[in-house]
Design a protein around this ligand. Structure first.
Ligand SMILES: [Fe+2]
Length: 511
């Protein structure tokens, strides 16, 4: 909390004005420069950050990015300049939308700002500058997505931000890896995915002005951050005790749909959309404001897909209000996976189908999608939810009884079935995988589960799964993140702990 206070004081002293670092490159990173204090400017509650925007397929000249930020409600006339060099060149209007943040009683109204950059080239650096009342107040740089044939590095982690020191260490190591982008596996902020939780736990850590293992890093001002919706985003309970985003109780619910600007190629209306409650006058007003700010992102952004280099990513809502046996949802998944020609196919959702930890073992509903993923030759599935690192061997799964998977809002959704496990693959000498590797990378900052399971294979078997030895690595005595490097033919997965040490590494190659 000391850091937050210091930062707040700093931003106030600066009148909200700060020149941001220009590059994610460690060598060129510079501490922010104060400019003359200007009390007429609002206070930033989120410094400018880069988001992927609506773009999904890699199309030359049609790349998108969004530069977004959030402030207190002091009026300010913002504009955004951007261009391929520091001389910039283009000026964009900035969209302003109101957003409540905090409690019903003593919350803070905010403004969310966003500039939509469309028609960009692929694999090009762009510079941006945010001006307020005509004065430059922040500058940054990002690189657009790489087309096929270019090497890509991304980092993955989930279950991260709640103000703990480990959140900052993982943010720092994610930054040090200098990834092209971040793929978060959900439960991005605790406890309820609220706007004020993003302001307190997310933005100060992943957009810190200075990089350090106890500070976080200036990551998202230059690096696009993808995430998936998860259980803590929908953490209130309706009268039947089912998960719901309750705008009566938490008027700044569902910041996933307002703080994030992710691809919009999902089902406009998913069969089981994110449930909301807004019964009181205040709740209804706040829900209306949320809907206005989220626009077409709600509820469509629950599912989406995108390409990056030689990889295709399919990102799904795996919350317990979703029925993964639903025909409409499965048809959308099938057409998405069928139409991509990417050499690598990844699926990202929060609730791990093949997890041997104790906390969420019975939430197996996503297992019913494995045959579909296998049919379309998905390579890796990335999950969170269990606060540990777990890697399976390459495997195939044949569900024997899917009846419980469609039991909505039930945490016992076990799906028994038959396992075919590739025990020949070792990720070192034998690198061709027969089946899907499932990675749970939920040790991104929040307290760890099952630390005693680390390096204890006898604890990684469940009688209900016929004691199948599908999990081959389990590390839960420390926080960690996943670093993936890939080209069209080969991929390396490295797990890095919160001290920067390598704790696992495998290579996967294509035939
Ligand atoms: Fe979770």
């Amino acid at each position: 909390m000391t850091h937050d206070v210091t930062r707040r004081q700093f931003l106030r002293t600066a009148g909200g004005a700060t020149l941001l670092a220009l590059s994610p490159d460690l060598a060129t990173f510079a501490a922010p420069e104060l400019i003359k204090p200007d009390k007429s400017l609002p206070l930033f509650t989120a410094l400018p950050y880069v988001q992927p925007g609506a773009g999904s397929a890699l199309v030359k000249g049609q790349e998108t990015k969004v530069i977004a930020w959030q402030t207190t409600t002091t009026p300010a006339a913002f504009e955004l300049q951007y261009g391929p060099t520091k001389k910039l060149g283009m000026t964009l209007p900035v969209q302003t939308t109101p957003r409540w943040s905090g409690d019903v009683e003593d919350g803070d109204p905010r403004f969310n700002y966003a500039a939509n950059l469309n028609g960009l080239d692929l694999n090009k650096p762009y510079y941006y500058r945010v001006l307020s009342n005509g004065k430059p107040i922040a500058e940054g740089r990002f690189t657009t997505r790489k087309p096929r044939g270019q090497r890509v590095r991304f980092v993955a982690f989930g279950d991260n931000s709640y103000g703990d020191i480990s959140d900052r260490a993982i943010a720092y190591h994610a930054y040090r890896a200098q990834p092209d982008f971040v793929m978060n596996t959900g439960d991005n902020v605790y406890d309820g995915g609220l706007d004020n939780e993003y302001a307190r736990y997310f933005f100060p850590v992943y957009n810190a002005d200075v990089a350090g293992p106890r500070l976080g890093a200036p990551l998202i001002r230059s690096t696009p951050y993808y995430t998936v919706i998860a259980n803590h985003d929908v953490h209130d309970k309706d009268p039947a005790k089912h998960p719901v985003a309750d705008f009566d109780k938490d008027p700044d619910s569902l910041a996933y749909y307002t703080a994030m600007y992710l691809p919009l190629n999902g089902l406009a209306q998913p069969p089981q959309p994110t449930p909301t409650l807004a019964a009181t006058t205040n709740g209804r007003e706040q829900f209306q404001q949320f809907s206005h700010t989220a626009g077409s992102r709600f509820p469509s952004m629950a599912n989406y897909s995108f390409d990056y280099g030689d990889a295709h990513f399919l990102c799904l809502d795996s919350n317990i209000y979703v029925d993964p046996t639903n025909a409409q949802l499965q048809a959308w998944i099938e057409q998405d996976l069928a139409k991509t020609d990417a050499p690598w196919k990844f699926v990202v959702y929060h609730h791990p189908a093949f997890n041997v930890g104790d906390d969420h073992y019975k939430e197996q509903h996503m297992r019913v999608l494995s045959p579909l993923f296998e049919k379309h030759r998905v390579d890796i599935v990335f999950n969170g939810h269990e606060h540990s690192y777990q890697r399976t061997r390459p495997m195939r799964f044949e569900p024997m009884d899917t009846s419980r998977a469609s039991l909505l809002n039930d945490k016992d959704r076990r799906v028994p079935g038959k396992f075919s496990i590739d025990r020949r693959f070792d990720g070192n000498a034998a690198t061709k995988a027969d089946g899907i590797i499932y990675i749970t990378t939920g040790a991104g900052g929040k307290h760890l589960y099952d630390p005693e399971h680390t390096n204890q294979p006898e604890k990684w078997r469940h009688a209900e799964d016929n004691n199948a030895d599908y999990v081959v690595k389990f590390v839960s005595d420390r926080h960690s993140l996943t670093v993936i490097d890939l080209d069209a033919k080969s991929l390396s997965l490295t797990q890095i702990d919160e001290y920067g040490q390598k704790i696992d590494q495998v290579r996967v190659t294509k035939a």
